[in-house]
Design a protein around this ligand. Structure first.
Ligand SMILES: C[S@@+](CC[C@H](N)C(=O)[O-])C[C@H]1O[C@@H](n2cnc3c(N)ncnc32)[C@H](O)[C@@H]1O
Length: 390
């Protein structure tokens, strides 16, 4: 994907004069991502409740009778899950409606045209909608503050320690890049704290969702979301499974209106967007959270971080090493499609080879979009470090 700026206020400005939609593959990826938001409702009803009703009616009658009665009322529970899907679908369809315009995708008005586009949507696209909807819980609900405090908190604290004493003008001159920005909360928080912040992201699903919440949600607590309905496993109670959260916990557009354009999102692959000479020395800080392990080739990420930082610039990192390309082939890039996976010890050996000095280290135990009330919890012992470009 070539770099495209999605500014607050000018959500669809193309940077570097390149139109990503001239590339048919890009266009197809954008369209199938867009339509998957429209298809969420139907797919969720089919996969979560319709399939279970059929399975229920295949049970022996005596078992059906028992399960239908109080206290289990299984069919009633499926009705409640249907209601929860309807709530989630309001958000997913709102994303669909705004993303078409923001991303310059024409939505056909005739039935045939719509059908043809819907056919482009893959099961992976629908999976991404489900996980993105759940991710709103991490970035944009009050309850998600538990994860945000552990993961984004150390970044905010480091920024405050280094630059907190600066006056507002000087603080605004500290440019912070957040690669792999997801739904945008960390970059948003950094801008609200007085810095200049740019989030960078390459997934259309994420970009469409962050564009909606940042630019088009109309008030705090606008949407009721049920983040934990995607699975029926490991819930201690139906109440836990169905529990709602309200999003967004704050109204981003009202707060961003006070930031004098200090916030932007860029749509590009991190390496292609920031490794070139035009990006050299354009940021004082690079903040990576749950990001560096998305690299098939960490060396290329390190080169890019080094390139974009000013001399003496600071790289702040928090996250685990769940190498995303361990089990599948990475996409083809200019520097080839090679990949490698290394341990923390080895990552820490590699960092100085790229001209960084690690000046601080720490740890944090956290889940990633975790259901804290589930019988199954994943916990990372995530690593935190601050490194200066020497
Ligand atoms: C594990 S998520 C973390 C999101 C966010 N930082 C957080 O902590 O919630 C990693 C994000 O990096 C994005 N990403 C992965 N590789 C990327 C690349 N090469 N360029 C830009 N974004 C990338 C993914 O789309 C995803 O949104």
């Amino acid at each position: 994907m070539s770099q495209m700026e999605l500014d607050v206020g000018h959500q669809h400005e193309l940077d570097h004069g390149i139109n990503p939609y001239e590339d048919p593959e890009e266009h197809q990826a954008a369209v199938s991502s867009l339509y998957s938001y429209l298809l969420y409702r139907r797919a969720a009803h089919r996969n979560l409740t319709h399939r279970r009703r059929n399975a229920f009616y295949n049970l022996p009658c005596a078992h059906q009778d028992l399960l239908q009665k109080l206290p289990i009322s299984y069919l009633k529970k499926l009705d409640m899950v249907d209601d929860a899907i309807e709530h989630n679908a309001l958000l997913s369809e709102a994303i669909f409606r705004t993303a078409g315009e923001s991303f310059g995708i024409d939505i056909p008005s005739d039935k045939e045209g719509k059908k043809a586009l819907e056919k482009m949507v893959t099961p992976e696209d629908l999976d991404k909608v489900r996980s993105t909807i759940k991710q709103f819980y991490r970035d944009w609900s009050a309850e998600g503050a538990v994860e945000r405090d552990v993961c984004y908190g150390p970044v905010m604290k480091e920024l405050e320690e280094r630059y907190g004493a600066l006056g507002s003008g000087e603080k605004a001159g500290i440019r912070v890049l957040v690669p792999g920005a997801g739904l945008g909360r960390l970059a948003f928080d950094i801008a609200i704290a007085g810095f200049s912040a740019q989030g960078n992201e390459f997934s259309y699903h994420q970009l469409m969702a962050s564009n909606f919440i940042l630019n088009h949600s109309s008030k705090a607590n606008e949407f009721v979301l049920h983040p934990f309905i995607n699975t029926f496993s490991n819930h201690k109670s139906v109440t836990n499974q169905l529990r709602p959260v309200l999003i967004p916990d704050v109204h981003p557009a009202s707060l961003l209106a006070t930031t004098d354009d200090r916030f932007s999102m860029s749509a590009s692959d991190f390496i292609s967007g920031y490794r070139g000479p035009e990006s050299a020395g354009t940021f004082e800080v690079c903040a990576t959270v749950f990001f560096i392990d998305t690299a098939p080739n960490l060396c290329a990420y390190l080169e890019t971080i080094r390139n974009l930082l000013v001399p003496g610039g600071v790289w702040i990192n928090f996250g685990p090493l769940l190498w995303h390309y361990e089990d599948h082939r990475p996409p083809k890039r200019e520097e080839g499609d090679g990949s490698f996976e290394i341990s923390l010890e080895e990552v820490l050996e590699l960092i100085p080879a790229y001209g960084f000095k690690i000046v601080k280290r720490g740890k944090g135990n956290t889940a990633y979009v975790g259901d804290g009330m589930s019988m199954l919890t994943h916990s990372y012992e995530a690593e935190f470090w601050v490194a200066e470009k020497i």
